[in-house]
Design a protein around this ligand. Structure first.
Ligand code: SF4
Length: 684
């Protein structure tokens, strides 16, 4: 008979930001099954095809199990001692040659909070620079900036179970049915079984859009105009909460003046959304008793992404639907498992753990007192600036922890140039990824199924991550690697265990002061803010006051400005990129699992009318060209995309989708404009 399962480990999924609790059943050190945890606070016994089935990568034959060092142009296996010696010598030489600003690190939403905390501490305390950023730069940095400016904190406003009590849901720029399947299923149930009215703002007819009461299909890059149009109708039809606005918000007069310029007819001309649909959507949201906004990267990944977040937040503020319990605010669907946590832990060039600003002497003093070392004052470089500095020759060492930047960052050809120009590229990786192959030192690390620590999910819940398996070969956790690099540099970072690291972070950051591994082991999940070990965290924000300096929510009045690229005669179509259900980001993990059978390659979705114009049949190779690059994909004919637009994912680096995307970035946060690239097509 079959041998019995020998261990069960409860942990948190390492794919998307929903944060499903999983039970990993192992037999003799191998995964026997991954099952959804019936008691999981978010998933309640459900999981998607990624969480349940995408674990075969663990035993993939090309899993990195020994450090690699570049010698004579080739990566060769070496001992940890040799690799760490090269890293330490390289970092020291970079600082000696160019000062602390000549080194930089890219941290990761794939890594735990404790690993993010430790890496930012090493960069600040040991190397003396704020040149640390994480991949939220590429997805939700506009959420952090926009929500902080409007409401005070860089997270969603309400717990997911509260969002489910909404009687009207405005879902903007998100396809949770594929990108956050368990959350998508819960929202779908809410719409179909509980009668929640649904407004979807998304160019594509996918997922929940098929069930929308009103589906707004704005031209990519016109969100700000669209949201201002909705606000215009709220204001002119009296669907605002005047008392709330008087007591708890600022900025209405300025916004009212701006909104005069966004009547439905003008917004229709700017966005392509019929005026009647805009009015119908505004009335659904405006007349609901408990409206909620949920949004995704379709709002953030734009030249004016932060403006988009703020214009969307205006709607919740106008309705008094945030911080009052009469509605459920505005809630970003975080893409990666720990994208919230990576930023929470201070893996950002301008903020410390818990969002104290590096320019604030009090925040620096508090962190410096715990760390026993001064904290650098000057904000560091953001990811795009790091690549630019590498190309310019001023960045001499780049340390990348768990990000496949050569496949996922925009204008990927320029990213490769940056890595090639940098004298030392250190890469912590599971596999010989596109990025690892360009590195000088590759350090083999553990995956989420082999780690100890915590993640923060999309509604700000800290949850435990526990190792179900031993690391393969000589692979070490990112946590252990960071400690080892510090030791090679002659430094001791303290906090020898992940539990000790979170405990130390709790001393640095009042926002997390009440959190510990012990507490999470006992309670399962705890949301931040959590300033008190004896009190529950705050799942619902702003009941008393907003976290802005004067306690008021801030209505914003940014004018609509066009996207970085607009179609023209040479590049007449707009390409939007996003995720599909079976894979995850650059697919480094999911492509090495059975999920490959479900989705074997990137395809270009295009409308049958556009396909006919180009003589393209379903399944035919199609060459996509932008001003930045060229890629060949297989055509998928579908009316999910409107004429004039094409859509593709970026899960297969070989397809080269991110060589097409532009280097336009959000004017506030430098988040790339993945959602608007002008392209042309030809038969392949
Ligand atoms: Fe993992 Fe997200 Fe799927 Fe849940 S919905 S199992 S967190 S990928």
């Amino acid at each position: 008979g079959r041998a019995a399962v020998t261990a069960r480990t409860r942990t948190t999924c390492g794919y998307c930001g929903v944060g499903c609790s999983l039970e990993v059943l192992t037999r003799d050190g191998e995964v026997a099954a991954v099952l959804p945890d019936r008691n999981g606070p978010v998933n309640r016994g459900h999981a998607c095809v990624k969480g349940r089935f995408a674990h075969g990568f663990l035993r993939s034959p090309d899993r990195l199990t020994r450090p690699l060092l570049r010698r004579d142009g080739r990566l060769e296996e070496v001992t940890w001692a040799e690799a760490l010696d090269r890293v330490a010598r390289g970092l020291r030489a970079a600082v000696a040659g160019g000062g602390p600003g000549a080194v930089a690190a890219i941290s990761s939403a794939r890594a735990t909070n404790e690993e993010n905390y430790l890496l930012q501490k090493l960069m600040r305390v040991v190397l003396g620079t704020n040149n640390i950023d994480n991949c939220s730069r590429l997805c939700h940095s506009p959420s952090a900036a926009g929500l902080t400016a409007s409401l005070g904190l860089p997270g969603g406003t309400d717990a997911f179970e509260d969002v489910e009590r909404a009687d009207c849901l405005l879902l903007a720029g998100a396809n949770p049915a594929e990108a956050h399947p368990v959350a998508g299923a819960r929202l779908l149930r809410q719409v179909l079984e509980r009668g929640t009215r649904l407004v979807v703002a998304d160019p594509r007819t996918v997922g929940l859009a098929r069930h929308a009461d009103v589906h707004l299909r704005p031209r990519p890059g016109t969100n700000v105009a669209l949201f201002h149009g909705l606000a215009h109708v709220l204001l002119t039809e009296g669907m605002i909460d005047e008392e709330f606005l008087r007591r708890r918000a600022a900025g209405l007069p300025e916004l009212a003046v701006l909104l005069d310029g966004y009547p439905p007819e003008r917004v229709a001309a700017l966005t392509g959304v019929p005026a009647a649909d805009l009015v119908a959507a505004a009335r659904l949201y405006g007349r609901a008793e408990r409206p909620a906004i949920v949004y995704g990267l379709g709002v953030t990944e734009h030249l004016h992404g932060t403006d988009g977040v703020r214009a969307l937040a205006n709607l919740a503020i106008l309705r008094g639907a945030v911080g009052t319990g009469r509605g459920f605010g505005i809630n970003p669907l975080r893409g990666q498992n720990n994208v919230q946590g990576a930023s929470d832990m201070g893996a950002l060039p301008d903020t410390l753990p818990g969002y104290g600003r590096v320019t604030d002497p009090a925040a620096r003093r508090r962190a410096g007192a715990v760390w026993g070392a001064p904290v650098p004052e000057r904000p560091g470089m953001r990811i795009p600036e790091m690549f630019a500095a590498a190309r310019a020759g001023t960045l001499r060492a780049l340390w990348i922890m768990g990000e496949n930047v050569c496949a996922t960052d925009p204008d990927a050809g320029r990213v490769a140039e940056a890595l090639d120009a940098c004298p030392l590229v250190i890469c912590q990786e599971l596999f010989p990824s596109e990025t690892a192959r360009r590195a000088d030192v590759v350090l083999p690390v553990t995956s989420w199924l082999e780690k100890d620590g915590t993640f923060v999910n999309f509604d700000r819940r800290f949850q435990r991550v526990r190792p179900a398996l031993d690391p393969p070969g000589e692979a070490m956790s990112d946590f252990a690697v960071i400690h080892a690099v510090a030791a090679a540099l002659g430094a001791d970072l303290g906090c020898p265990t992940p539990a000790a690291a979170l405990a130390e972070c709790a001393r640095v950051a009042p926002l997390f002061a009440g959190l510990s591994h012990e507490r999470l082991d006992a309670e399962g999940a705890v949301p931040w803010p959590c300033p008190d070990p004896a009190a529950p965290g705050e799942a619902r924000l702003y009941r008393e006051r907003f976290a802005t300096p004067d306690g008021l929510a801030r209505l914003a009045a940014p004018p609509y400005l066009p996207p970085g690229e607009t179609p023209d005669d040479r590049y007449p179509l707009v390409m939007v990129t996003g995720r599909r259900w079976a894979h995850y980001n650059s697919g480094t993990m999911t492509r090495r699992t059975g999920n490959l059978l479900l989705d074997p390659g990137d395809r270009l979705d295009l409308h049958p009318a556009d396909a006919a114009r180009h003589g393209l049949a379903d399944g035919a190779p199609v060459v996509v060209e932008s001003r930045h690059g060229r890629a060949t994909l297989l055509a998928r004919l579908t009316d999910e995309v409107p004429p004039g637009q094409v859509f593709c994912a970026f899960h297969f680096p070989g397809s080269g989708v991110n060589t097409l995307t532009s280097d336009h970035t959000d004017t506030v946060t430098s988040c790339p404009e993945y959602k608007v690239t002008a392209v042309r097509l030809a038969r392949g």
